[in-house]
Design a protein around this ligand. Structure first.
Ligand SMILES: C[S@@+](CC[C@H](N)C(=O)[O-])C[C@H]1O[C@@H](n2cnc3c(N)ncnc32)[C@H](O)[C@@H]1O
Length: 294
Protein backbone atom coordinates (compact mmCIF):
# COMPACT_ATOMS: atom_id res chain seq x y z
CA UNK A 1 0.00 0.00 0.00
CA UNK A 2 1.36 3.43 -0.89
CA UNK A 3 2.13 5.48 2.18
CA UNK A 4 0.48 8.58 0.68
CA UNK A 5 -0.08 10.58 3.83
CA UNK A 6 3.43 10.18 5.06
CA UNK A 7 4.77 10.79 1.58
CA UNK A 8 2.87 14.05 1.50
CA UNK A 9 4.37 15.25 4.79
CA UNK A 10 7.84 14.08 3.81
CA UNK A 11 7.47 15.80 0.45
CA UNK A 12 6.84 19.08 2.24
CA UNK A 13 9.95 18.50 4.34
CA UNK A 14 12.07 17.47 1.37
CA UNK A 15 11.70 20.94 -0.11
CA UNK A 16 13.55 22.56 2.78
CA UNK A 17 16.01 19.99 4.16
CA UNK A 18 18.52 17.58 2.64
CA UNK A 19 18.05 13.80 3.27
CA UNK A 20 18.07 12.97 6.95
CA UNK A 21 20.67 10.69 8.57
CA UNK A 22 19.27 7.23 9.41
CA UNK A 23 16.01 8.11 7.63
CA UNK A 24 16.29 5.55 4.81
CA UNK A 25 18.32 2.62 3.55
CA UNK A 26 19.77 -0.36 5.45
CA UNK A 27 20.77 0.23 9.06
CA UNK A 28 24.11 -1.04 10.33
CA UNK A 29 23.87 -3.69 13.07
CA UNK A 30 24.88 -1.06 15.57
CA UNK A 31 22.24 1.45 14.44
CA UNK A 32 19.58 -1.30 14.39
CA UNK A 33 20.48 -2.25 17.98
CA UNK A 34 20.36 1.38 19.05
CA UNK A 35 16.98 1.87 17.38
CA UNK A 36 15.69 -1.20 19.19
CA UNK A 37 16.92 0.21 22.52
CA UNK A 38 15.28 3.56 21.73
CA UNK A 39 11.95 1.82 21.08
CA UNK A 40 12.23 0.00 24.39
CA UNK A 41 12.96 3.26 26.18
CA UNK A 42 9.91 4.97 24.65
CA UNK A 43 7.74 2.04 25.64
CA UNK A 44 9.06 2.09 29.18
CA UNK A 45 8.77 5.84 29.68
CA UNK A 46 5.54 6.79 27.87
CA UNK A 47 3.96 3.39 27.15
CA UNK A 48 3.96 3.89 23.39
CA UNK A 49 4.58 0.77 21.34
CA UNK A 50 6.75 1.88 18.41
CA UNK A 51 7.03 -1.75 17.28
CA UNK A 52 3.46 -1.46 15.99
CA UNK A 53 4.35 1.31 13.50
CA UNK A 54 5.78 0.86 10.00
CA UNK A 55 9.52 1.07 10.41
CA UNK A 56 10.41 3.27 7.39
CA UNK A 57 7.84 5.85 8.42
CA UNK A 58 8.95 5.71 12.05
CA UNK A 59 12.61 6.13 11.10
CA UNK A 60 11.82 9.21 9.00
CA UNK A 61 9.89 10.79 11.84
CA UNK A 62 12.59 10.07 14.45
CA UNK A 63 15.18 11.44 12.04
CA UNK A 64 13.27 14.72 11.83
CA UNK A 65 13.55 15.09 15.62
CA UNK A 66 17.23 14.07 15.61
CA UNK A 67 17.98 16.71 13.01
CA UNK A 68 16.09 19.33 15.02
CA UNK A 69 18.31 18.50 18.01
CA UNK A 70 21.52 18.19 15.96
CA UNK A 71 22.06 14.50 16.78
CA UNK A 72 23.43 11.71 14.58
CA UNK A 73 22.84 8.46 16.48
CA UNK A 74 19.84 6.79 18.10
CA UNK A 75 21.78 6.35 21.33
CA UNK A 76 22.54 10.10 21.50
CA UNK A 77 18.85 10.77 20.93
CA UNK A 78 17.89 8.27 23.67
CA UNK A 79 20.28 10.07 26.07
CA UNK A 80 18.67 13.37 25.16
CA UNK A 81 15.18 12.00 25.88
CA UNK A 82 16.37 11.02 29.34
CA UNK A 83 17.92 14.45 29.98
CA UNK A 84 15.02 16.44 28.48
CA UNK A 85 11.74 14.56 28.96
CA UNK A 86 9.80 17.33 27.11
CA UNK A 87 11.35 15.83 23.98
CA UNK A 88 9.01 12.82 24.37
CA UNK A 89 6.03 15.04 23.48
CA UNK A 90 7.88 16.42 20.46
CA UNK A 91 8.72 12.90 19.33
CA UNK A 92 5.11 11.86 19.83
CA UNK A 93 3.97 14.85 17.77
CA UNK A 94 6.39 13.89 14.99
CA UNK A 95 5.26 10.24 14.92
CA UNK A 96 1.51 10.75 15.29
CA UNK A 97 0.66 12.95 12.36
CA UNK A 98 -2.36 14.89 13.56
CA UNK A 99 -3.49 16.40 10.27
CA UNK A 100 -7.25 16.37 9.82
CA UNK A 101 -10.04 18.47 8.30
CA UNK A 102 -13.76 18.85 8.61
CA UNK A 103 -15.56 16.88 5.86
CA UNK A 104 -12.25 15.36 4.74
CA UNK A 105 -12.92 13.56 1.43
CA UNK A 106 -16.43 14.92 0.87
CA UNK A 107 -17.44 11.92 -1.23
CA UNK A 108 -16.97 9.63 1.78
CA UNK A 109 -19.35 11.75 3.85
CA UNK A 110 -21.87 11.67 0.98
CA UNK A 111 -21.61 7.87 0.98
CA UNK A 112 -22.02 7.71 4.76
CA UNK A 113 -25.14 9.85 4.40
CA UNK A 114 -26.50 7.60 1.65
CA UNK A 115 -25.59 4.16 2.99
CA UNK A 116 -25.02 4.36 6.74
CA UNK A 117 -27.18 7.06 8.33
CA UNK A 118 -30.54 5.65 7.11
CA UNK A 119 -29.64 2.27 8.64
CA UNK A 120 -28.50 3.82 11.92
CA UNK A 121 -31.68 5.89 12.26
CA UNK A 122 -33.75 2.78 11.49
CA UNK A 123 -32.11 0.80 14.33
CA UNK A 124 -34.51 0.10 17.16
CA UNK A 125 -31.69 0.55 19.70
CA UNK A 126 -32.22 2.95 22.62
CA UNK A 127 -28.62 4.16 22.14
CA UNK A 128 -26.71 4.31 18.85
CA UNK A 129 -22.97 4.28 19.58
CA UNK A 130 -20.45 5.70 17.15
CA UNK A 131 -16.69 5.90 17.50
CA UNK A 132 -14.08 7.95 15.67
CA UNK A 133 -10.84 6.09 16.43
CA UNK A 134 -7.77 8.30 15.90
CA UNK A 135 -9.85 11.49 15.77
CA UNK A 136 -6.91 13.98 15.93
CA UNK A 137 -8.30 17.42 16.85
CA UNK A 138 -11.94 16.28 16.65
CA UNK A 139 -12.69 17.37 13.07
CA UNK A 140 -13.94 13.89 12.11
CA UNK A 141 -16.36 13.18 15.01
CA UNK A 142 -17.68 16.74 14.80
CA UNK A 143 -18.27 16.26 11.07
CA UNK A 144 -20.19 13.09 11.89
CA UNK A 145 -22.32 15.02 14.40
CA UNK A 146 -23.01 17.70 11.78
CA UNK A 147 -24.02 15.07 9.22
CA UNK A 148 -26.34 13.45 11.78
CA UNK A 149 -28.05 16.74 12.63
CA UNK A 150 -28.41 17.68 8.97
CA UNK A 151 -29.81 14.26 8.04
CA UNK A 152 -32.21 14.25 10.99
CA UNK A 153 -33.53 17.72 10.19
CA UNK A 154 -33.95 16.92 6.48
CA UNK A 155 -35.93 13.76 7.31
CA UNK A 156 -38.10 14.96 10.20
CA UNK A 157 -36.06 12.87 12.68
CA UNK A 158 -34.63 15.59 14.92
CA UNK A 159 -36.35 14.16 18.00
CA UNK A 160 -34.21 10.99 17.56
CA UNK A 161 -30.90 12.81 17.99
CA UNK A 162 -30.57 12.29 21.76
CA UNK A 163 -30.22 8.54 21.10
CA UNK A 164 -26.91 9.11 19.28
CA UNK A 165 -23.56 9.08 21.08
CA UNK A 166 -20.28 9.87 19.37
CA UNK A 167 -16.97 9.01 21.02
CA UNK A 168 -13.74 10.52 19.65
CA UNK A 169 -10.48 8.94 20.82
CA UNK A 170 -6.83 9.62 20.11
CA UNK A 171 -3.44 8.76 21.53
CA UNK A 172 -2.37 12.38 21.54
CA UNK A 173 -3.63 14.30 24.57
CA UNK A 174 -2.77 17.66 23.00
CA UNK A 175 -4.99 16.97 19.98
CA UNK A 176 -7.79 16.08 22.35
CA UNK A 177 -7.44 19.48 24.04
CA UNK A 178 -7.98 21.12 20.64
CA UNK A 179 -11.01 18.86 20.16
CA UNK A 180 -12.44 19.90 23.51
CA UNK A 181 -11.87 23.59 22.80
CA UNK A 182 -13.65 23.20 19.46
CA UNK A 183 -11.87 26.15 17.83
CA UNK A 184 -9.80 25.70 14.63
CA UNK A 185 -7.43 27.41 12.21
CA UNK A 186 -8.52 28.07 8.62
CA UNK A 187 -6.67 24.94 7.43
CA UNK A 188 -9.37 22.73 8.99
CA UNK A 189 -12.05 24.24 6.72
CA UNK A 190 -10.59 23.77 3.26
CA UNK A 191 -12.99 20.88 2.51
CA UNK A 192 -16.00 22.18 4.44
CA UNK A 193 -19.09 22.78 2.27
CA UNK A 194 -20.58 26.29 2.53
CA UNK A 195 -23.87 25.02 4.01
CA UNK A 196 -22.03 23.35 6.93
CA UNK A 197 -19.74 26.34 7.54
CA UNK A 198 -22.83 28.52 7.78
CA UNK A 199 -24.98 26.17 9.83
CA UNK A 200 -22.56 24.70 12.39
CA UNK A 201 -19.82 27.24 13.13
CA UNK A 202 -19.60 30.62 14.76
CA UNK A 203 -16.42 32.03 13.24
CA UNK A 204 -13.97 29.13 13.49
CA UNK A 205 -15.70 27.59 16.50
CA UNK A 206 -17.98 24.56 16.48
CA UNK A 207 -21.44 25.39 17.84
CA UNK A 208 -22.58 23.87 21.14
CA UNK A 209 -25.43 21.83 19.59
CA UNK A 210 -22.71 19.85 17.73
CA UNK A 211 -20.26 19.68 20.62
CA UNK A 212 -22.97 18.25 22.88
CA UNK A 213 -23.13 15.08 20.77
CA UNK A 214 -19.41 14.24 21.04
CA UNK A 215 -17.28 13.01 23.96
CA UNK A 216 -13.50 12.65 23.83
CA UNK A 217 -11.16 10.18 25.54
CA UNK A 218 -7.50 9.37 25.27
CA UNK A 219 -6.98 5.86 23.92
CA UNK A 220 -4.04 3.95 22.44
CA UNK A 221 -5.39 1.73 19.66
CA UNK A 222 -2.45 -0.63 20.06
CA UNK A 223 -2.79 -1.31 23.78
CA UNK A 224 -6.08 -0.15 25.28
CA UNK A 225 -9.37 -2.09 25.30
CA UNK A 226 -11.88 -0.99 22.66
CA UNK A 227 -15.33 0.35 23.57
CA UNK A 228 -17.88 -2.42 22.87
CA UNK A 229 -21.30 -2.38 21.20
CA UNK A 230 -20.48 0.16 18.47
CA UNK A 231 -22.85 0.65 15.54
CA UNK A 232 -20.32 2.68 13.52
CA UNK A 233 -16.52 2.86 13.72
CA UNK A 234 -14.62 5.47 11.72
CA UNK A 235 -10.90 4.75 11.64
CA UNK A 236 -9.53 6.83 8.79
CA UNK A 237 -5.92 7.64 7.98
CA UNK A 238 -4.63 5.96 11.13
CA UNK A 239 -3.85 2.31 10.32
CA UNK A 240 -1.69 3.43 7.41
CA UNK A 241 1.03 4.18 9.97
CA UNK A 242 0.86 0.68 11.50
CA UNK A 243 2.75 -2.46 10.47
CA UNK A 244 0.60 -4.82 8.35
CA UNK A 245 0.40 -7.51 11.04
CA UNK A 246 -0.90 -4.85 13.44
CA UNK A 247 -3.45 -3.64 10.87
CA UNK A 248 -4.89 -7.16 10.62
CA UNK A 249 -5.23 -7.47 14.39
CA UNK A 250 -7.02 -4.10 14.43
CA UNK A 251 -9.54 -5.35 11.84
CA UNK A 252 -10.32 -8.24 14.20
CA UNK A 253 -10.65 -5.92 17.18
CA UNK A 254 -12.92 -3.51 15.26
CA UNK A 255 -15.07 -6.48 14.26
CA UNK A 256 -15.42 -7.42 17.93
CA UNK A 257 -16.16 -3.84 18.97
CA UNK A 258 -19.00 -3.60 16.43
CA UNK A 259 -22.53 -4.89 16.95
CA UNK A 260 -23.68 -7.36 14.26
CA UNK A 261 -24.54 -5.25 11.19
CA UNK A 262 -22.36 -2.36 12.43
CA UNK A 263 -20.33 -0.29 9.96
CA UNK A 264 -16.59 0.27 9.62
CA UNK A 265 -15.15 3.16 7.57
CA UNK A 266 -11.44 3.24 6.73
CA UNK A 267 -9.42 5.99 5.01
CA UNK A 268 -9.43 6.30 1.21
CA UNK A 269 -5.91 4.86 0.92
CA UNK A 270 -6.55 2.04 3.42
CA UNK A 271 -8.30 -1.26 2.93
CA UNK A 272 -9.08 -4.62 4.51
CA UNK A 273 -6.87 -7.59 3.73
CA UNK A 274 -5.85 -10.98 5.08
CA UNK A 275 -7.98 -12.42 7.87
CA UNK A 276 -9.79 -9.06 8.06
CA UNK A 277 -11.49 -9.66 4.68
CA UNK A 278 -14.05 -12.33 5.65
CA UNK A 279 -15.08 -10.37 8.74
CA UNK A 280 -16.74 -7.61 6.70
CA UNK A 281 -18.73 -7.08 3.51
CA UNK A 282 -18.08 -4.04 1.33
CA UNK A 283 -20.90 -1.49 1.15
CA UNK A 284 -19.18 1.29 -0.83
CA UNK A 285 -15.84 0.07 -2.16
CA UNK A 286 -14.21 3.33 -3.23
CA UNK A 287 -15.26 5.06 -0.04
CA UNK A 288 -14.01 2.15 2.10
CA UNK A 289 -17.30 1.54 3.89
CA UNK A 290 -17.78 -1.99 5.23
CA UNK A 291 -20.42 -3.76 7.28
CA UNK A 292 -19.69 -6.40 9.92
CA UNK A 293 -20.53 -9.94 8.87
CA UNK A 294 -22.42 -11.86 11.56
C1 LIG B 1 -3.71 11.65 10.21
S1 LIG B 1 -4.61 11.68 11.73
C2 LIG B 1 -6.21 11.14 11.19
C3 LIG B 1 -7.32 12.00 11.74
C4 LIG B 1 -8.72 11.70 11.20
N1 LIG B 1 -9.10 10.32 11.46
C5 LIG B 1 -8.80 12.00 9.72
O1 LIG B 1 -8.84 11.06 8.90
O2 LIG B 1 -8.81 13.17 9.34
C6 LIG B 1 -3.94 10.22 12.57
C7 LIG B 1 -4.27 10.21 14.05
O3 LIG B 1 -3.97 8.91 14.57
C8 LIG B 1 -3.50 9.08 15.89
N2 LIG B 1 -2.76 7.89 16.32
C9 LIG B 1 -1.52 7.48 15.93
N3 LIG B 1 -1.16 6.36 16.61
C10 LIG B 1 -2.21 6.07 17.44
C11 LIG B 1 -2.45 5.04 18.39
N4 LIG B 1 -1.54 4.08 18.63
N5 LIG B 1 -3.62 5.04 19.06
C12 LIG B 1 -4.55 6.01 18.82
N6 LIG B 1 -4.39 7.00 17.94
C13 LIG B 1 -3.22 7.03 17.25
C14 LIG B 1 -2.64 10.32 15.81
O4 LIG B 1 -2.44 10.90 17.08
C15 LIG B 1 -3.43 11.20 14.86
O5 LIG B 1 -4.26 12.10 15.54
Amino acid sequence: MQDNLDGHVDGALRGVVPPLPLARGELSDRDAAELHALKQLVRLRIGLDFEGYKEPCLRRRIAVRMRARGLHSYSAYADLLERDPDEYQRLLDAVTINVSKFFRNNEVWDAIRAHVLPALFALGEPVVRMWSAGCAGGEEPYTLAMQLIEYAEANGLARELPRFEILGTDLDARSLLTAQRGEYTDFAFTETPAWARERFFTGNRVRDEVRRLVKFERMDLLNDPYPPGRHLVLCRNVIIYFARSVQVSLFERFHDALSPGGYLVLGKVETLFGTGLPLFRSVAGRERIFVRQQ
